[in-house]
Design a protein around this ligand. Structure first.
Ligand code: SAM
Length: 284
């Protein structure tokens, strides 16, 4: 089935994270009308299409290893006027999943990209956590180890936004222990498991207790860890971060006093300290 008009497009389609009822009618339509569906696992997407009673369009496997190569083919097809749909195994493509390279290639070629929005495990978890949702970060999977992991945990310790982390079930207890060590036993967290599925469960409480809970229970299934933001006092940013923020504020034309006031409020630092840094920076 080839699209009617000459203009092709890439359609990024979100799919359920566990509950097939979350496949939107628009998502099913987008898959039905695609000339090609790019997916991580052809068998898994085949089952989804069967569930949605979508007569199978050709499927092409596009995973982390093949995405760069596939991006060129997708651009060529969209350029010829085809409609290419992009899905992943679960949730929204590009969110800790393949997709960004294909989207970037199609954008760079000046071709059309559309999205059919839908489930994102991190958003579902944050909403259920009961933690503030006014400022959010989706930090994906932490680096597996080494200094990269320590740096990310140190960043989490001073992060003011509610942060969602993806984690494999076998690593949840260890990660919660590290979160508690970095952020303090009292930092509020939520552990959201098997969202939208039969055994959906959310554990809410302080990080130290979460680590003990996870160590005492086998945490099965898919899990998102939600970490509450650092309170203002603990979230005080280092001088480097203050200087970066001051430079940005001054570049927008703010006086040293006004810039110091804005940055102090944003980063939770005493205004006089920030003002002193602003004056020192102006002198250098
Ligand atoms: N693109 C997906 C999205 O939009 O949420 C994320 C894909 S990432 C490879 C997979 C991770 O998402 C899992 O390891 C788990 O942390 C989280 N996840 C996926 N489905 C979930 C569910 N039903 N309940 C809780 N976490 C889930």
């Amino acid at each position: 089935m080839t699209s009617d008009g000459p203009a092709g497009r890439l359609v990024v389609v979100a799919t359920p994270i566990g509950n097939m009822g979350d496949l939107s009618p628009r998502a099913a339509d987008a898959l039905r009308h695609a000339d090609l569906v790019c997916c991580e696992d052809t068998r898994r997407t085949g089952r989804l299409l069967q569930h949605a009673a979508v007569a199978a369009p050709p499927l092409r496997r596009v995973d982390a290893h093949t995405e760069a190569e596939a991006a060129g083919d997708v651009v060529a097809r969209v350029g010829r006027g085809e409609t290419v749909a992009l899905v992943t195994d679960a949730g929204t493509p590009g969110v800790s999943d393949p997709g960004t390279r294909v989207v970037a290639a199609v954008v760079a070629a000046g071709l059309a990209v559309e999205v059919v929005p839908g489930p994102v495990a991190a958003i579902a978890a944050v909403v259920l956590s009961g933690l503030p949702t006014d400022r959010l970060a989706i930090d994906g999977f932490l680096p597996r180890g080494g200094p990269e992991r320590s740096v990310r945990l140190a960043e989490l310790a001073v992060e003011r936004r509610t942060t969602a982390l993806y984690e494999a079930p076998g690593r949840v207890a260890a990660t919660l222990a590290e979160v508690a060590a970095a952020c303090g036993d009292d930092r509020p967290v939520a552990v959201a498991r098997e969202l939208t599925k039969l055994h959906e469960e959310v554990w809410r409480g302080p990080a130290g207790e979460a680590a003990a809970w996870a160590a005492a229970h086998e945490v099965r299934g898919e899990v998102v860890i939600v970490v509450g933001g650092a309170p203002a006092a603990e979230g005080a940013e280092g001088d480097d971060a203050v200087l970066v923020a001051l430079r940005a504020a001054r570049a927008q034309g703010l006086s040293p006093g006004r810039a110091a006031a804005e940055v102090a409020a944003a980063l939770g630092r005493p205004r006089r300290e920030v003002y002193a840094l602003a004056l020192a920076a102006d002198e250098t």
